[in-house]
Design a protein around this ligand. Sequence first.
Ligand SMILES: [Zn+2]
Length: 152
Amino acid sequence: MEVDASFFDSFPFSEISEAEGIVDVLLDKLGNGLDCHVSFRGHCQLPCDRCLSNLQLPLTFQERLIVHLGGQTDLENDIWTLGPELHELNLAQPVFEWIHLCLPFRRVHPSDDDCDPTMVDHLIQSSRKDEKGNDDGNDAIDPRWNALKDLK
Ligand SMILES: [Zn+2]
């Protein structure tokens, strides 16, 4: 199955809006159920944590879902049960969750050189200003604290 931007359109609260990839699903019959091996290979675009310009991240996962057939439908837990009223296995929700789980915690361009140079210059300038500002501010006491001196 293909995953593209239209897949993420059906999940309005996704932080991913641009992604492409292929989901492979291998179904093994397992007694009265199915053993689903789901793998994904693709990439998505997110803003770089450092320079905010677009960053393409490779995404891959391999997951497994056990599905029992018959009984009361339960699609909430790790092991699903498909009741007799369901004739279709819809993996969109777990695929959506697995893609988000494989997003790296820190999303930055692999090297500083790949970041947007204008933004990097701006960040360097503003961090220098911050350092200077802190040095100046260390000796002076914020006047808002003076009111606390009167408290007993
Ligand atoms: Zn960057």
